[in-house]
Design a protein around this ligand. Sequence first.
Ligand SMILES: Cc1ncc(COP(=O)(O)O)c(C=O)c1O
Length: 491
Amino acid sequence: MTVMTKPSTADGRAVVAAPSLSPAAQLAKPALLSVEQANAMDVARMTDLFKAHLNPGQLHFMKLLGFHKVKIERAEGMFYTDQNGRRILDFFGGFGSLALGHNHPRILAARKKFQEENRHEIAIAFMSQYAAALAHNLAQISPGDLDMVFLGSSGSEAMEAAIKLGERAAGPKRPKIVYAENSFHGKTRGVLSVTDGQLYRGEFKLIDNTLRIPFGDIEAVENAFRSDPQIGVIVLETIQGGGGIIQAPDGYWQKLRALCDQYGVLWIADEVQCGVGRSGRFYAFEHFGVVPDITAVAKSLGGGKSAMAAMIARHDVYMKAYGTPKTAMIHAAATFGGIGEASITAIETLNVLYDEGLIDNAAVTGDYLLLRLRQLQAKYPKIIKDVRGQGFMVGLEFHDFSQTLPMVLRPVVGVLDDKLKGSLSGFVGALLLRDYDVLVAFTEYNRNVIRLLPPLICQREHVDQFADALDSLLSRGIVAIVKDFVKSQMK
Ligand SMILES: Cc1ncc(COP(=O)(O)O)c(C=O)c1O
């Protein structure tokens, strides 16, 4: 490798060299890998690079689950294909970002056409027809006067925009934000302040104008609003994802809307995970006939191929915050907000969702998934504690087995990571992948819950494949499952 020393004057100041006009003075190319080399990389090399440059600590968890042995070579529809040609059924669904499944042909075609026509990407200097069309589509889909759109690249970014908009629209006299226990709204600093995970919050200095209340407890909302006139905003996931697929009790959202109206508090509905059709309606709040003041979607909006997120606000609320030339640029889109290919991908995604009836499918086939799981709960009442959710956002909670495991086995479990000790979900997830080629997700806060967020293209046959696999695994009994898992860790 060429080592360059920076020339300096006698007093130590750097000398700025005049640019050389010689074509020979080319910067030496670092040892970069090519796309072909990335494609051809084997698991051992991937592991080395992941450890060296991405996240060594995360490898620990991948090893616990056996995920570190897999290299994905292809992904189509409901399935991944690994380096050995094994097809893995995807009930993890990229934490809810794969409504259309992997590499939906219409999404691929739209993107290919966009590239072949040399369309423009960055939407800063000129208006973008793609961002404008996407905003139009989102306004068409959204109920009420939710029609002002901010485009970003991640759920966190859309939620940051939502919270800042709420704060400005509520005004300086009402700066307080209410959020819920077990909430997850992202990890950037603003939304981390309303994300309820000690692990994530750690020692960071967060915004302190917040108030945490239990989720789904309308009296707690009323007490907060009544006792603190500084509250201007309440932010809630319509179905809590990271909390373990938690739904609010009947009547909650209607009462929340009424309380927000009564006390003049703005309601932000975080639909990053439960939105874009996952619950069986485009927005989960639509099940309750109410409209929030601000909402946000991301994940599946990108069609499984692009990073796209949107905040959608009621017209008046938006105009109050950013409606004049003087205020318009306070939180306008960032560099990649509404960029071309991501926008057309999202436009096509929304069209596919309706053309293929995928939201209806989430409702109907989601009910079938719940039915199959409830049958398994009836068959294995000592293992499965609860089955809950809506559409294709389903949680399966296991009993904490650390107390029920035979005494002789308890020391064996002691070799495991703390997080896994009382929790069957890691064991079940690992063995579903190893023995049945099925991938499931876990939840941030409740290690006893398996989270199922399959693509909305999921059919009954896929539900059957998943439920039959789970049935077969659970029929081995807890002791065998635990022993088998622990044995695989010893290898
Ligand atoms: C409800 C909810 N809000 C916000 C986020 C943050 O989204 P992102 O990871 O795209 O920043 C997530 C991510 O899982 C989420 O589930």
